[in-house]
Design a protein around this ligand. Structure first.
Ligand SMILES: [Zn+2]
Length: 528
């Protein structure tokens, strides 16, 4: 069976693919919007000259790098339909058996599956462990940082199962040794192997970045076919490569920075437990906000930053920069939710400056918490800890997302198209106390630029929770006796009773999902 690379082979394509800060620029396709700004961010972030300013800018690459060729998909579709016909003609009920369905996943950065098969445990749940892998010369001090970051996030958010961290050493151009990556590449391939289709990522992209001394930190995802017959996210493989400076050495500040990088990526593993139709600004802005939450624990000496400092000196100035670009008045409303993926362009048009996801997103998360605290004052108010970890319905955000209460076409719809009042939109509006997400966006934009005049970082800081309160809450370990995985499809009613039962009781999108899906696992089975 062919093992398709999940990443583009073409160097430029791959570079763009990995490049969080530069929107991909396709050959023969001009994209000028904001390119200048993005290029500067790229240089700054790749070079990381500006260590005191960098934290939330430096990271981070996308999630969900599923890269499938369209031709391959068509061919598989054909086989699928053929097999489906065979099944139907045979008149068997086997199409509904638990092993017979699973969606074909496509797209890289636009997660489509509703469910996760990974689980969330209490901070002291000994059954859940994280695997750490490293190349032979990954520095021990940096490994300590990565482990510390994971530990901080894990204690606060809870233990997400099936998280694997891959630490690739960077190599100086004058001392390259490709064999250092052989073992980890093999492990990376198995960690990313899609259980429905058998594809894996061979790690060549990770190796190339590492050998070029480039910074490379991202979370990927591995798909499985869940027992209920829907595709589900199974595990979260994370890559960490601290890049080298111009003299070919690791940055002195990397030991601090990697703590935040690990917190950021672990938070993605957590977020995807709660449904995959979550908008980009909540994914990235949430992860950046969590970096800020731990910034006082994750920094030392002259780099030490409190929660308020982190917002005031890093997040808010970047958000102000973006809103200072008057070519778009409503950055969050227009571009916040959907992130371009391969050839898929979001409904609003081309993708925007990624700062809208990261820094505007983090500012919007802080604003959501601020509003929630005011609007639920009679009920004790709300904190960032509620936003992340409150398991009581509608008291927090993440644990209150219901992913199976709306129609969503997994082939064509985007997070922005989740209907108001349902899914992430319902959870967010309930949390903040707004009538709708649209109303929340409008409120945020009126706040950041009242009467068309931008606030200063100082003024924006009025909404922030007190740094010492944040410090104290952030080290409260997650401990919910009833902790379970509420969004697993097992919890949503179990396997479909029959093929036609599903199609008649579900939406058109569900129907087409089932058609494709039913046979995908069959293909996989036959291939074995
Ligand atoms: Zn991220």
């Amino acid at each position: 069976m062919e093992h398709r690379r999940l990443f583009p082979n073409d160097e430029d394509e791959r570079k763009n693919y990995f490049d969080t800060f530069g929107t991909r620029v396709k050959k023969g396709k001009t994209k000028t919007k904001n390119w200048k700004i993005k290029k500067e961010v790229v240089e700054k972030t790749n070079g990381r000259q500006n260590a005191k300013e960098e934290t939330s800018d430096i990271h981070h690459h996308h999630h969900y790098y599923y890269y499938y060729s369209r031709r391959r998909r068509r061919r598989t579709m054909f086989l699928n339909v053929l097999l489906l016909l065979l099944v139907l003609l045979g008149g068997t009920g086997k199409a509904s058996s638990s092993s017979s369905s699973c969606s074909y996943q496509s797209g890289c950065n636009r997660p489509k599956q509703r469910f996760a098969s990974s689980t969330l445990g209490n901070h002291d749940d000994d059954d859940v462990s994280i695997t750490f892998r490293q190349t032979p010369n990954f520095p021990a001090t940096m490994r300590d940082s990565v482990e510390k970051g994971v530990e901080l996030a894990q204690s606060f958010l809870g233990k997400v199962s099936d998280v694997d961290v891959f630490m690739y050493e960077a190599q100086n151009a004058s001392a390259q040794n490709p064999s250092a990556y052989e073992e980890i590449n093999g492990l990376w391939c198995e960690a990313t192997r899609d259980e429905v289709h058998g594809y894996c990522n061979d790690g060549a992209g990770n190796q190339e970045k590492a050998m070029n001394g480039e910074n490379n930190v991202f979370a990927s995802g591995k798909m499985t076919c869940a027992p209920c017959g829907e595709p589900a996210k199974k595990s979260t493989p994370i890559v960490i490569t601290p890049g080298l400076d111009s003299s070919g050495e690791y940055y002195e500040h990397d030991t601090d920075w990697l703590i935040q990088g690990a917190i950021h990526e672990y938070s993605h593993a957590f977020q995807t437990l709660f449904g995959a139709h979550t908008p980009a600004w909540l994914m990235e802005g949430g992860a950046v906000q969590l970096e800020a939450v731990f910034s006082n624990h994750a920094s030392r000496g002259t780099y030490r930053k409190t929660y308020e400092d982190h917002f005031k000196h890093t997040i808010f100035p970047a958000a102000i920069d973006l809103y200072g670009d008057t070519s778009v008045a409503t950055w969050l409303t227009t571009y916040g939710s959907d992130r371009e993926c391969e050839n898929d362009i979001p409904p609003g048009g081309v993708n925007a400056n990624p700062d809208v996801f990261y820094n505007v997103g983090a500012a919007a998360v802080a604003f959501a918490i601020y509003k929630a605290n005011i609007n639920h004052a009679a009920d004790g108010g709300r904190t960032f800890a509620d936003f992340w970890t409150n398991t009581e319905k509608h008291k927090g955000f993440w644990h209150s997302i219901v992913v199976d209460d709306y129609e969503f076409n997994i082939d064509t719809d985007w997070p922005s198209q989740v209907p108001e009042g349902t899914g992430w939109k319902g959870a967010l509006a309930n949390f903040t106390g707004h009538d709708s997400v649209a109303a929340f966006y409008a409120d945020f934009e009126a706040w950041i630029k009242p009467g068309g005049v931008l606030k200063t970082p100082e003024e924006m800081s009025d909404i922030l929770e007190n740094s010492s309160d944040v410090d104290a809450l952030s080290v409260e370990p997650f401990n919910n006796a009833n902790s379970f995985m509420p969004r697993s499809c097992e919890a949503s009613g179990g396997p479909p009773s029959s093929f036609f039962g599903v199609s008649s009781s579900a939406t058109h999108s569900r129907f087409s999902l089932v058609v494709v899906v039913v046979s995908s696992c069959l293909v996989a089975t036959l291939a074995l």
